[in-house]
Design a protein around this ligand. Structure first.
Ligand code: AVI
Length: 325
């Protein structure tokens, strides 16, 4: 009942743009310097992200989970039997809420988790198979882009692509637009897109969520430097950088940076790159956009993804939208 496909095999990787570190060279030679957010997610980074999801200040995961608990049965009723395709499935925790709802209605359970981390994908797929005896899993080790390009027509009549956790917020406006076009291209008419988005709210709550008191988000941000050291034979000293995150209200986005605490020179030998930092200079590592329910619905509609139903929590901190193509 478990099939694992590696779209990120050595061959696919070598064909995949930016696997050679050219994106790092580009980013670290810009002003201001940047590192693409995909470098957060090596194994330690993925574990730190799992820890972030448990933090008292990081309301996103909890709130989305509670919304899904309340609306999963309705989602299953609205879509009928369907194959659940999850982009960035990670540990598949929230998937269980959906699988339970489909299971209760007696629908056949097909699940296609997609993640770049093969380890977490396989272990969570095995746990799910143990708990859901009729589940069939076709896991794809892949980036979203590759998976969306390659997703074949499913055997079942209907498919629902899920993109939860407000990961959409980590894409800038242009990337978001491209991503939604890809989703629309991957779906047949009548199929579904389930989206979770973090909503605009008080600056105080947002700043706290990305500057937690235990310093896990800081460790997650700084881990990127270790990841680059490991991947590209570098000598970043993470003690010489500090985490800096704040809510940019005019752009409705959290911005995360790493700030150099002194002037320093860093080398990434495998990339033949030497980078000079001035004291206080920053590297832009992530945006996390915060959405407005009306605007995101319009944006989805612009891509022929028609919102059927929107659910939120009593505080209106987070939104879950079910759209139909
Ligand atoms: C994965 N993504 C939705 C998280 C977010 O909230 O934007 C990543 C994260 N960055 C810092 N904390 C969590």
């Amino acid at each position: 009942r478990l099939q694992i496909e590696y779209l990120l095999s050595a061959t696919a990787l070598s064909q995949h743009k930016q696997s050679d570190g050219s994106d790092v060279v580009w980013g670290l030679t810009q002003t201001p310097k940047t590192i693409p957010p995909r470098y957060f997610y090596d194994d330690p980074g993925s574990q730190l992200f799992e820890q972030i999801c448990e933090l008292p200040e990081y309301y996103l995961t909890r709130t989305e989970g509670a919304i899904l608990q309340g609306c999963a049965a309705e989602i299953a009723r609205l879509t009928g039997a369907c194959e659940i395709v999850e982009l960035g499935s990670g540990s598949s925790t929230k998937t269980r809420i959906l699988l339970d709802a489909y299971n209760k209605l007696g629908y056949p359970l097909g699940y296609v988790p997609i993640d770049v981390s093969a380890g977490i994908l396989e272990s969570s797929a095995r746990e799910l198979l143990a708990d859901y005896p009729s589940l069939v899993v076709r896991a794809l080790v892949s980036t979203y882009e590759l998976a969306l390009e390659r997703l074949e027509a499913s055997r079942l009549a209907t498919r629902m692509i899920c993109f939860l956790g407000s990961t959409l917020g980590n894409l800038n406006r242009e990337e978001c637009d491209r991503f939604l076009s890809q989703i629309a291209d991957a779906l047949n008419v009548g199929e579904y897109f389930l989206l979770g988005v973090d909503l605009q709210k008080s600056e105080y709550l947002l700043n706290a969520a990305y500057n937690d008191s235990q310093g896990v988000t800081a460790a997650f941000n700084l881990n990127m430097l270790e990841h680059l050291n490991w991947r590209f034979d570098g000598n970043f000293d993470k003690a010489q950088f500090e985490h800096w995150a704040f809510y940019n209200k005019s752009q409705s986005q959290i911005e995360m940076h790493l700030r150099s605490v002194r002037s320093q020179t860093v080398q990434l030998r495998a990339l033949d790159l030497t980078v000079e930092f001035e004291k206080g200079e920053t590297i832009f590592t992530e945006i996390s956009r915060k959405f407005d329910l009306n605007s995101i619905q319009k944006e989805l509609q612009g891509h022929d993804l028609v919102p059927l139903q929107v659910w939120t929590d009593p505080n209106q901190w987070f939104g879950v939208l079910l759209c139909q193509m």
